[in-house]
Design a protein around this ligand. Structure first.
Ligand code: ADP
Ligand code: MG
Length: 711
């Protein structure tokens, strides 16, 4: 290496140097805010105390100075409307010129705590007519502000909740925050009964494992279906899929590795604790998991993870596919939502300890959760519904659409002892793993094996909700989890607070909860047909699609739950149900139109070209006096499938006409699901068969093999 080369070798800063670099976090606040202001703000963050305007003013000033030093030019209230993604509208810090023509930078307390974007173009499900466009964003100071770097430069992002003029939640954040408060209040009541006088708050923590696919940019740009629908709508299977099981945890390819390295650094700068990365089951599928954190921050960070994945992929000449089912025939993507609840004096209520049978508080909490999931299985199912996830849930690769709980051998045994005798005197332990190799150290086994087929599995000191879709916001699943568990805690506390003999009452309640809701516990193979039958016998709901799940939001049972804890009003719930139908219809409509365009403008013309070439060949071969029977046969086969395809195309076009005439949104959504989707399948089938016959040179779109193996 010569001198000049040496000079340009710059050592990259380490994780500890860049972590949180772009976050207005506690350390920055402590350093930059006057002591009194810092204390006031902390009171708001920790205890939900109202923030006074004077404090807001001081915080805004410090935040602005910090952001300007980072090179930020704009600020935005960063919120999460009902589209499921995030929204931002940038305002520069520029305010006015002074007498000497110098521009002044301003950012007031009012601008920090309140914004007023025109809300008319966000989905509101009837909550707001366009003439009542006013919507407000309000600072969620419990989630730290950050500076985002993108093509726009550097933007100060302030996490906010988004509500209408009348205070109705127009976003996913507000109900989540409300549900966290409800859960905290009720859980505190519960731990009080066990003599915990210190805890004043209980927090839901969430760690979402994000799955995704990567695809080469040039190939992506040749696939209108990937561009418009995020998934392939045509495509014959590649000769190789995931059957060799060689991709899962396999060595990460160079280009993907470079992407991951870049992604991690971007996320670390934003304070996202990107921790685990690996290849997933399907070719070109990967996963990133952060370390768990407070639910609303985890929700914000998961949005940042998804957004950053897309942005960084572009930099590496790839595209990131977050859709739940980009390719037929191989695994789709989900987002395991790990959830636990912890008191602010450090007790994880889901930690059973070594002897769960003696941990009465844990058993009460567990029995309440079991009750909550059984009573509200439909709501939990609904919370994981999105259009893409309809391809996964119940499709033998992801958890079934039937909600059930996996407890594992150890807890299942304890629960059964309790149900049968009211006592659990012994507990199965994991023991030591015998590898049969003397040189290997002994490894302590967990008390229970894993069950990948369960939608809601107990995994040591947390529950893992596995049904969530990869593209979806995790706000809804966590709102629902918090809400239903808050209700069960509340019912328990109501009764136990009145009990004369508390120990006895707790004991009876655990037994009662477990006995009454045992049917929701299932430790077997969730993919099997037997389970579908068994679940039906048990009376568990099996809700197969997003739009069938939607009405779970507005049942009397649901409205009562949400109104009791002020999480959603009936109107807010109705608006969400409405948006589900609209979103579903719009999404399938885009898919259908994309298919019509690809079939009509790309695939059919290519097949016609091939037919013409074949016909010419038949003539030429025959003219030469040779046997043209193979060419003829091929031509006939192609013509037959082409006719099939044309007919299916016409049927889909007619279906589209019919569906657009339906005015009721629910009815329209069901027409899309029951009729249009079938017509789409009928169009895809002959096209995929043709792909296997037509000369590769003429096939107009990249194949599955190219898309999945050329990354
Ligand atoms: P797995 O082996 O289940 O794939 P991963 O390491 O990929 O595990 O992801 C597990 C996720 O669960 C991580 O995001 C992790 O931070 C999170 N997690 C761990 N403990 C808890 C907890 N007590 N509460 C919530 N999430 C947790
Ligand atoms: Mg994982």
């Amino acid at each position: 290496m010569n001198e000049t080369e040496k000079e340009i070798t710059v050592k990259e800063p380490g994780i500890n140097e860049i972590f949180g670099e772009n976050v207005f976090n506690d350390a920055v606040m402590r350093e930059r805010l006057p002591k009194k202001t810092y204390k006031e703000l902390k009171k708001t963050i920790d205890n939900g105390k109202d923030l006074d305007p004077l404090t807001a003013e001081v915080v805004a000033h410090a935040m602005k100075e910090w952001a300007l030093e980072k090179g930020a030019t704009h600020y935005t209230h960063w919120f999460q409307p009902l589209t499921g993604i995030t929204a931002e509208k940038h305002d520069s810090f520029i305010s006015h010129e002074d007498e000497e023509g110098r521009v002044m930078m301003e950012f007031s307390g009012k601008e920090l705590i309140k914004g007023e974007p025109d809300a008319s173009s966000f989905p509101s499900g009837g909550l707001r007519a366009t003439f009542e466009a006013r919507g407000y964003t309000a600072w969620d100071c419990t989630s730290p502000a950050f500076v985002k770097e993108s093509g726009c430069g550097k933007i100060l992002c302030i996490p906010t909740a988004f509500c209408s003029y009348k205070g109705e939640a127009l976003d996913k954040k507000t109900p989540l925050l409300r549900s966290m408060e409800a859960l905290s209040d009720q859980a505190v009541r519960l731990v009080r009964l066990f003599g915990n006088t210190e805890a004043t708050k209980v927090t839901a923590s969430v760690g979402p494992e994000q799955e995704y696919f990567l695809v080469d940019k040039d190939l992506y740009l040749k696939r209108p279906d990937l561009m418009f629908a995020g998934r392939t709508l045509f495509g014959a299977p590649a000769p190789k899929g995931q059957e060799m099981e060689d991709h899962y945890y396999g060595v990460i390819r160079e280009r993907v590795g470079e992407f991951m390295k870049d992604l991690n650094r971007e996320l670390w700068k934003l304070g996202v604790t990107a921790k685990t990365q690996h290849n997933e089951v399907a070719p070109a599928q990967h996963e990133l998991a952060p370390i768990y954190e407070t639910a609303n921050i985890a929700v914000d960070h998961n949005q940042l993870v998804m957004e950053t994945m897309k942005r960084v992929a572009v930099r590496h000449n790839m595209r990131c596919l977050l859709h739940e089912k980009p390719y037929a025939g191989v695994n789709g993507s989900g987002k395991h939502n790990n959830w636990s609840i912890t008191t602010n004096n450090g007790v994880n209520l889901l930690d059973p300890g070594d002897t769960p049978n003696e941990n009465i508080q844990f058993l009460l909490v567990l029995s309440c959760i079991i009750k909550a999931i059984d009573i509200h299985a439909d709501l939990l199912r609904q919370s994981a519904a999105d259009v893409g996830n309809d391809h996964r849930l119940g499709a033998n690769e992801a958890p079934p659409a039937i909600m059930s709980i996996f407890l594992g051998e150890q807890l299942d045994d304890v629960v059964h002892q309790l149900i049968e005798t009211g006592e659990a005197n012994n507990v199965k332990q994991g023991g030591t793993l015998q590898t049969g190799v003397k040189a290997l150290p002994n490894v302590q086994k967990d008390a229970t094996d894993r069950n990948r087929t369960s939608p809601f599995a107990f995994t040591g000191n947390k529950f893992e909700f596995r049904s969530v879709g990869s593209a979806d916001s995790i706000a809804s699943p966590n709102t629902i989890l918090n809400a239903i568990v808050a209700e069960a805690f509340c019912e328990a506390a109501d009764e136990l607070e009145k009990a004369d003999d508390l120990d006895m009452a707790i004991h009876d309640m655990i037994k009662k909860n477990l006995g009454e809701h045992e049917r929701i516990i299932f430790n077997g193979d969730g993919y099997s047909d037997e389970w579908v039958e068994e679940a039906q016998r048990r009376g568990l709901p099996n809700i197969k699609s997003m739009i069938e799940a939607a009405s779970a939001l507005t049942t009397d049972k649901a409205v009562k739950l949400f109104e009791k804890f002020g999480i959603f009003t009936r109107t807010e719930l109705e608006s969400r149900e409405e948006i589900i139908y609209e979103t579903y219809a719009k999404t399938i409509n885009i898919e259908a139109l994309t298919m019509i365009e690809m079939a009509g403008k790309q695939i059919i013309p290519a097949v016609i070209t091939y037919s013409r070439e074949l016909a010419d060949t038949v003539n030429a071969v025959a003219a030469a006096g040779a046997d043209a029977s193979v060419e003829k046969e091929l031509l006939q086969e192609v013509s037959k499938k082409l006719a099939e395809m044309k007919k299916a195309l016409k049927a889909l076009q007619e279906g589209e006409k019919k569906v657009s005439a339906i005015t009721d949104s629910r009815e329209q959504a069901f027409f899309y699901k029951d009729t249009i989707r079938e017509l789409m399948e009928s169009l895809r089938a002959p096209a995929d068969e043709l792909e296997m016959i037509v000369d590769k040179r003429l096939w107009p779109i990249p194949t599955y093999g190219e898309l999945m193996f050329e990354v």
